[in-house]
Each structure stands twice: as C-alpha cells, then as structure tokens.
Ligand binder design. Structure first.
Ligand SMILES: Nc1ncnc2c1ncn2[C@@H]1O[C@H](COP(=O)(O)OP(=O)(O)OP(=O)(O)O)[C@@H](O)[C@H]1O
Ligand SMILES: [Mg+2]
Length: 259
C-alpha cells in the first residue's frame, strides 16, 4: 500500500483533477453533470466553490472526498492515484487526508459529542483515552468544551455544525472539504465558523475547499472557482472572481427586467 502519513504530508499538489467527467445513470439514461473539470490545488490554499443550484458543486465535492468516482478523467490526492486504490486503501487515504464538513454527515445520535468528535481517531487506531483527550481539546477550540457530555439533539443547529467541524479537524487532516457549512446558520454563527476555518488555514496551513452560495462567505477564501453547467467558468483570485460575479448578476437582473 503506497499510502502513508509521510506521503500525504509531502510537498507538492494536494489535489490534481484532470478532465474529470461525471454522469449519473438511471434506467440506462445518462445524465452528464461534470463535463471536463481541471483543478489543481497546492497545500495551504483556501478555495471557495460557487455556482447555481445543479451546477455540479456537490458532485465535485463527492469526487474530491473519494465518496464517488468520476466517469472518466483522473484524480490524484496527495500524490496518490485515487482510481488505482482498493476500497480499503481508499478508506485509509480518506481518513488520513480529509476532514468532511458535509451536512449529510450526521452526528451519531446516541453518543456524546465528545465521542462523536473522538471517532475519527478511534478509526485511525488511536487509544480511547488519547482520542478523548484530543477530542476534548478540539471541542474547547470550537467553544463547546463545556458541553462535551451532551448528545447532539441537546444542542442547537449551529452548535451541532461546530461539533461536525471539530470532528472534521480532530485528526488534523491536510484537506478540509466543506459543502455549505454555514447554509442553515445565522450570520453570527456563520462568522464564527469562518473565523475558525481562516485560522486553521493561516496558522496550521490546512487546505480548504468550501462550497457556498454566499459571496460574503466566499470572500474569506483566497481563490474562487465558479462552476456553470458542469464546467469551470472562473478560477482565480477570490476578490476578482467576486467582482465578476457581481457584474454577471447585475447583467442577469437587467436582462430579466427587460423580458
Ligand atoms: N445521485 C444522483 N443521481 C442522478 N442525478 C443526480 C444525482 N446527484 C445529483 N444529480 C444531478 O446532478 C446535477 C448536479 O447536482 P449537484 O448536487 O452536484 O448540484 P449542486 O451544484 O451541488 O447544487 P446545490 O447548490 O443545489 O447543492 C443536478 O442536476 C442533480 O439533479
Ligand atoms: Mg450541493
């Protein structure tokens, strides 16, 4: 197995996606969703992904997270060819490399939030005691240290989201994938979460790919990728990309008003 902490920490591109296409099939009918995506990301980058509903953002995130495979094209994660890995190797690679903050990644209801956060470490073979200690430290960092013994349903939506973030970060993965992490949260909680992600990126050099519909959230990123109908419409500095987005939106509004 060519996966090791050393290789996943090595210098070089963390994400290399080349001509990735993805279709969904149902009843033998093909629905193409991604039409040839190229994306390279170095360690330490902070990328926001934007695009209309249905443009393929979550489909791309599932591929980036090795939760789904492309129909064609290649994906190298931390220097490893994802499509050449066995299921077990892929699970190891994913555990060591990626922290997920996806809304569909629910917390386990019957466990305390401390044990929820400790889970990735237990999976990685860390002892129960050490896992719990690290989970407690991570919960302290997201401001929930005092609630460690509660179960998820005893927390607010924003607090649950912070638990999910603590769980994503506890094993210190080089890549954080966040699909609309502030989607259902109020402005203040969203800002807290963005401040936390910013700190991780700046101080720990963790790479972040974050899907959002909100320009204010995307403005925290260094780089912006805009998807349109399964293709990359823009890939560059976030400031310039958001300026273009604003122009495109006002042109669309004028066009709609003219109809
Ligand atoms: N499992 C699936 N089977 C069939 N089609 C799917 C499946 N998942 C997504 N799609 C379709 O693929 C397209 C892209 O979906 P995707 O979830 O990637 O969009 P998105 O950009 O994340 O949208 P949103 O902003 O609404 O979350 C949509 O047209 C969707 O209906
Ligand atoms: Mg989505």
């Amino acid at each position: 197995m060519n996966v090791s902490i050393a290789s996943s920490r090595a210098e070089g591109a963390l994400v290399e996606i080349t001509d990735v296409r993805k279709s969904y099939f149902s009843n033998r009918v093909e629905t193409p969703v991604l039409h040839g995506i190229n994306l390279h990301m170095q360690r330490g980058d902070f990328m926001a992904v934007m695009g209309q509903s249905g443009s393929g953002k979550s489909t791309l995130m599932n591929i980036l997270g090795c939760l789904d495979t492309p129909t064609s094209g290649t994906y190298r994660l931390a220097g490893v060819d994802v499509e050449k890995q066995s299921r077990a190797e892929l699970a190891t690679l994913r555990n060591r490399t990626i922290g997920f903050v996806f809304q569909s990644f629910n917390l386990l209801k019957r466990m305390t939030i401390l044990d929820n956060v400790a889970l990735p470490l237990i999976y990685a073979g860390v002892s129960r005691k050490a896992s719990r200690d690290r989970a407690q430290t991570q919960l302290d960092k997201v401001g929930l240290g005092e609630l460690a013994n509660r179960q998820p349903n005893q927390l607010s939506g924003g607090q649950q989201q912070r638990v999910a973030i603590a769980r994503a970060l506890v094993a210190d993965p080089p890549l954080i994938l966040a699909d609309e992490p502030t989607g259902n949260l109020d402005t203040r909680t969203s800002n807290d979460i963005m401040a936390l992600l910013n700190e991780l990126n700046r101080e720990r050099g963790q790479s972040i790919i974050l899907v959002t519909h909100e320009p204010d959230i995307a403005a925290h990123a260094k780089r912006l990728v805009r998807l349109k109908d399964g293709l990359v419409l823009y890939d560059g500095p976030a400031t310039e990309g958001l300026r273009q987005l604003k122009t495109d939106d006002s042109i669309a509004t004028i066009a709609e008003a003219a109809l």
